[in-house]
Design a protein around this ligand. Structure first.
Ligand code: ZN
Ligand code: FE
Length: 240
């Protein structure tokens, strides 16, 4: 079993610190370096890997500072987006598998939020790092890809095991839950998920990770029956 620690960054980002076997530490989407440095220092850890989902600054911004402090750390990201990412030590693409310590990682391309977006699935651990593709009761905005691309990407993620733990890169859950309730006011699962998210947020408890099962039941973008309904919901949410 690996350990995943949430490191809050900026106003609503999460950076994830993974403790793998042999004391290997990887961080996912270090948008800023300072909170990662603080975490590593507090726990007396070295950084071995920096794993990137997409090129937005709030996900990559701390990479160079971390690499300067840990010159042996390897940066992993999408081959397709190499020009927009910090220099990559390991360029990966859809369908690739790699291993850190004993832990396998599968690369799943999820175009939509950006064209070069990838997710990292840890099949033995039932863990998925989704960057800005999927959120608790929401999904990423379509900055570069089409609704059809995002719909296809989400459909791919839905094929994973229902008990998969989903680590989203933002705490957008309360706003997402409010929209979900507006879009599906009579759906009992949406109502109870909204209640649950609201309770956690009131107590300042992260709503991340979620599970694929929970999202399939209460995420409006996964409840959409087809791409047209998905596209309609996405544009409604953009203006909500
Ligand atoms: Zn983004
Ligand atoms: Fe983001």
């Amino acid at each position: 079993m690996i350990n995943v620690k949430l490191i809050p960054a900026f106003t609503d980002n999460y950076i994830f610190a993974l403790t793998l076997n042999d004391g290997l530490i990887a961080v996912v989407d270090p948008g800023e370096a300072a909170p990662v440095f603080a975490y590593l220092k507090e726990n007396n850890l070295d950084l071995s890997y920096i794993i990137l989902t997409h090129h937005h600054d709030d996900h990559i911004g701390g990479t160079e500072e971390l690499r300067a402090a840990f010159p042996d750390a390897l940066v992993i990201g999408h081959e397709k987006d190499a020009k927009r990412l910090p220099p990559l030590d390991e360029a990966v693409k859809d369908g690739d598998k790699f291993t850190i310590g004993d832990t396998d990682f599968d690369v799943i391309e999820t175009a939509g939020h950006t064209i070069g977006h990838i997710c990292y699935h840890l099949p033995q651990e039932h863990i998925l790092f989704v960057g800005d593709t999927l959120f608790v009761m929401g999904c990423g905005r379509l900055f570069e890809g089409s609704a059809a691309q995002m719909y296809e990407s989400l459909t791919k993620l839905c094929a994973l095991d229902d008990d998969t733990q989903i680590y989203c890169a933002h705490e957008y859950s309360l706003a997402n839950a409010t929209f979900a309730l507006h879009a599906f006011p009579d759906n009992e699962e949406v109502k109870s998920a909204h209640f649950f998210v609201e309770a956690l947020c009131e107590d300042g408890i992260p709503t991340v990770p979620t599970t694929l099962k929970a999202e399939k039941l209460s995420n409006p973008f996964l409840l959409a029956k087809d791409v047209d309904e998905f596209a309609k919901l996405r544009s409604e949410k953009d203006n909500f």
